[in-house]
Design a protein around this ligand. Structure first.
Ligand code: HT7
Ligand code: ZN
Length: 870
């Protein structure tokens, strides 16, 4: 397959100023008529239209039928037409089969209803079109379908008419006044019901809101609707950005390749990010809904009104919009806990990506399959880059920069340079060096060394940075790293921060150092005692920090005023201790330092239970493995389990007391304090249940039997499923019997078993892949079983037998012809062979070779596997 290079970008030969679509919907023979208003962009050139899985019925130019010989069919399925006039109307009619579309890209059927997914390149599976984001058009869409099976007919923009047709059919027309790229087109049709609400914008415009779901799910839309209204208000208050259509529709679908899609005026959502009832959704599910609803809504301006020139600029909309949704979620709840949860996710997904075979810059230079570049780097690291830019220029200048960006580029398809230029012009800060963050792959390593001269009270903090080589980028330049910091005295109090040459009077307690060179010294004066540096407060830059000893980490964990540094220091302390135990072998010992960090975490149970739960948790097995040049998944698992057992024994009375005391006082509430309480209570139960002879398992059985909200039920079942308790099988059977008609809850049943720490998990997973409820065509179910096992259960996936690798390869081989996008995603853990010891690495390579040898392998899976082998 061909590699596409960013440098090869050329403007399109034709603009399409207007698109008039007509759909005659049918499960296997949908006919799409497209009238494209074309205008040449420059001198004479052929018109090239993308197309995939289309059957061309006929074509005309300005009403005159085109001779078939004039249409040149291109290898990928596209069309080429020479000698067109500078301005004309091209009409095509194609036939497509939604029912045969298992890729879930283009127009497809889910549960008998029609949905589209066009990002990134799905529109070409609906009609012939220059399917690239810099071609922006005004759309009119008419949908015609059987009234009984498809009472609801939706598309982008505002409704513009509807009516009856003979033969029990009906039609609806939609007009979108805003020019948009083809990837934002959407159509939804079927037997859905609407949950309705209203929103009045700050300028007084009335917007009709609706969430379309399957009948019976209406009661599960309240949180999504509340989140939508909160996002609409927040974008007005924070950025002055108002919604711009008369209607905002959301449709929920259970077969979907990703989380959701921001189509103009008609967002399409995975049901996972819409439906929530206390008895079916966990607190994490509720938080995910708030985040994803906000994210898609915020795209209305950052992505839709101002869009990307080409797919290399993806982070222009995704990094910025993730930053906006994270900022929103921080404002809605406990900002500090939200921040450290997001940092934990960044380090779990993006840091390994940046260190692996698919490492790429936030703005990639090339790709084979663009779907492979909807990555943690483009999204999460992209968001961190925007966050740093805001920290560097300040929030007021950032807001001016956003205003300028939108004022300059409304209704345009632009580049990351355009965004940085707006920020630079609005702030007067030179951001040319900063742009390296977009161009260089790899996670910068920040190393600290210190020197204190007690006689003069002078303290020198030396910061050095290095970004490791990544594929195609052997040499890196320094990047500007904002280091938010403070200095602590031995008692944990803040010391004044007076840099050499500054006035003693206005020494602050916190400041941001900017490390721009490979190494810089920062000299502080007037210090009464040897300080301990608190660095990267709030995780001010996406880097790996090293150089602090265990004493410093222990002090920071106990005393730092910055919640991120306090949490992070505890995690780093524990990671270092665990790495030592893995290296030494023998029986792990819970040292006094680690026990003190755990005790300090529990001391915050009343003041901040959400933080206490985060700080009490040991670093994940994957995080510890990521710190090793060659991982040892089984040893890490053994150490972590042993430490959890020892924590359970040591803190048993306290954990039992917390489990008793933190039970929900009344009905389920989804607010920060309630979420925090449940998180800590369930963390206590989990660790308590590790202690042999304790009453943790009894408590888990009782908690499961009590039922109630899904957060507590699932936490109890998690404990049982990881244990040898005979009750676990009954509980699993009970859970299945109770929820087998609710796909989202059934996904949890699969994931629980796939991520169990029990040694027989692989055999269980193999059996589950044959379960009648496992459906390889449903991405949520594939992720719930295969994805969860391979990415979320390192000890079992990396079983020495290699059976875990073989299982994943089999699943990828079966999945690739059904849904290549999902296959290319779930294959990732197999590409991590360079960090495994032999013979595991050899087995992983052999499985990758086996996948690569499959005839007809998709280009997406080919790209991931071949890069993974390199
Ligand atoms: N912009 C959306 C990305 C997306 C997507 C990409 C490829 C294939 C399927 C997809 N579904 C949604 C989602 C977002 O980031 O907001
Ligand atoms: Zn997005």
């Amino acid at each position: 397959p061909a590699t596409i290079h960013r440098q090869d970008y050329r403007p399109p030969a034709y603009w399409v100023h207007s698109v008039d679509l007509h759909f005659a919907l049918h499960p296997t023979e949908t006919v799409v008529r497209a009238r494209l208003g074309l205008r040449r962009n420059g001198g004479p050139a052929p018109l090239e239209l993308d197309g995939e899985a289309l059957t061309l019925l006929d074509a005309s130019i300005d009403g005159v039928a085109v001779e078939p010989a004039r249409l040149q069919h291109l290898p990928g399925g596209g069309l080429r037409i020479d000698d067109l006039p500078a301005e004309c109307v091209l009409e095509t009619r194609v036939r497509i089969s939604p029912e045969a579309n298992t890729e879930l890209s283009g127009l497809y059927l889910s549960g008998g209803n029609y949905f589209t997914q066009c990002e990134a390149e799905g529109f070409r599976r609906i009609t012939y079109f220059p399917d690239r984001p810099d071609v922006m058009s005004r759309y009119t869409v008419t949908i015609e379908a059987d009234r009984a099976s498809c009472p609801v007919l939706l598309s982008n923009g505002n409704p513009a008419g509807h009516g009856e047709l003979p033969g029990g059919r009906h039609w609806a027309k939609w007009e979108d006044p805003h020019p948009k790229p083809s990837y934002l087109f959407a159509l939804v049709a079927g037997d859905l019901v609407a949950v309705r609400d209203r929103f009045t914008t700050q300028s007084g415009r009335e917007v009709a809101l609706a969430i379309y779901v399957r009948d019976g799910d209406q009661d599960a839309c309240g949180h999504a609707m509340d989140s939508l209204k909160a996002s609409m208000r927040w974008d007005e208050e924070e950025y002055g950005l108002e919604y711009d259509l008369d209607v905002f529709n959301i449709a929920a679908v259970s077969d979907f390749n990703m989380g959701a899609m921001e189509n103009k005026g008609l967002n399409v959502f995975n049901t996972k990010y819409i439906l929530a009832r206390p008895e079916t959704a966990t607190d994490g599910d509720y938080e995910g809904i708030e985040t994803v609803v906000a994210h898609e809504y915020f795209h209305n301006w950052t992505g839709n009104r101002v869009t990307c020139r080409d797919w290399f600029q993806l982070s222009l909309k995704e990094g910025l919009t993730v930053f906006r949704d994270q900022h929103f979620s921080e404002a809605m709840g406990s900002a500090a806990v939200k921040r450290l949860a997001n940092v934990r996710r960044l380090r779990a997904a993006q840091f390994p990506e940046d260190a692996g075979p698919m490492a790429h810059p936030v703005r990639p230079d090339s790709y084979v399959e663009i779907n492979n570049f909807y990555t943690a780097t483009v999204y999460q690291k992209g968001s961190e880059v925007v966050r740093m830019m805001r920290a560097l220029i300040g929030p007021e200048a950032f807001r001016r920069g956003m205003d300028l960006y939108i004022q300059r580029h409304d209704n345009q398809a632009v580049t990351i340079e355009d965004f940085v230029a707006a920020m630079q012009d609005a702030s007067g800060t030179d951001l040319s060096r900063f742009a390296r963050w977009y161009a260089q792959a790899g996670t910068p390593e920040l190393h600290v060394t210190e020197d204190f001269d007690a006689a003069s009270g002078r303290y020198t903090l030396s910061l050095a940075q290095r970004t490791p080589p990544t594929p195609g980028q052997p040499h890196k330049q320094p990047v500007p790293i904002p280091v938010a910091m403070g200095l602590l005295g031995a008692g944990g109090g803040a010391l004044p921060l007076r840099l050499r040459g500054e006035n003693a009077a206005d020494a602050p307690a916190e400041r941001v150092l900017l490390l721009e060179e490979a190494r810089q010294d920062f000299v502080f004066e007037g210090l009464p005692e040897r300080p301990t540096p608190s660095l990267l407060r709030g995780f001010s830059a996406p880097v790996k920090l090293s150089g602090l000893g265990q004493d410093s980490l222990g002090l920071l964990a106990a005393h730092d005023s910055d919640p991120f540094v306090a949490w992070e220091s505890g995690q780093q302390y524990a990671t270092a201790a665990m790495l030592r135990m893995v290296a030494q072998g023998g029986e792990p010992v819970l040292g006094e330092g680690l026990a003190a960090i755990a005790a300090a975490a529990l001391d915050r149970a009343d003041s901040d239970p959400a933080f206490a739960a985060e700080a009490f948790a040991l670093p994940s097995e994957s995080f510890v493995a990521d710190q090793m040049p060659v991982a040892d998944p089984e040893a890490i698992h053994a150490v972590r389990q042993s430490l959890r057992r020892q924590l359970g024994i040591r803190f048993a009375p306290r954990l039992a007391e917390l489990h008793d005391r933190l039970a929900d006082p009344g009905p389920y509430r989804i607010d920060g304090p309630s979420i925090g309480r449940r998180a800590l209570r369930n963390a206590a139960l989990s660790v308590l249940s590790m202690a042999p002879g304790g009453d943790g398992l009894r408590r888990a059985r009782a908690q499961y039997a009590a039922g109630g909200n899904m957060t507590d039920v699932l936490a109890a079942l998690r404990v049982l499923v990881d244990s040898d308790d005979p009750a676990r099988l009954d509980a699993l059977a009970d859970f299945h019997a109770r929820w087998r008609h609710d796909p989202l809850v059934l996904d949890k049943w699969f994931t629980l078993q796939a991520t169990s720490s029990r040694p027989d998990t692989l055999a269980t997973v193999q059996v589950l892949a044959l379960h009648p409820d496992f459906d390889i065509r449903n991405p949520n179910r594939v992720r719930a079983l295969v994805g969860a096992f391979a990415a979320g259960n390192p000890a079992q996936f990396h079983a020495a037998s290699g059976e875990g690798y073989r299982f994943l390869a089999e699943m990828v081989i079966a999945l690739d012809p059904v849904n290549a996008q999902v296959a290319a995603r779930v294959v990732s853990p197999l590409t991590d062979w360079k960090r495994q010891a032999e013979p595991r690495a050899a087995i992983m390579r052999a499985e990758l070779e086996r996948i690569l040898a499959r005839p007809g392998l998709s280009k997406g899976t080919f790209e991931k596997v071949s890069k993974g082998l390199a």
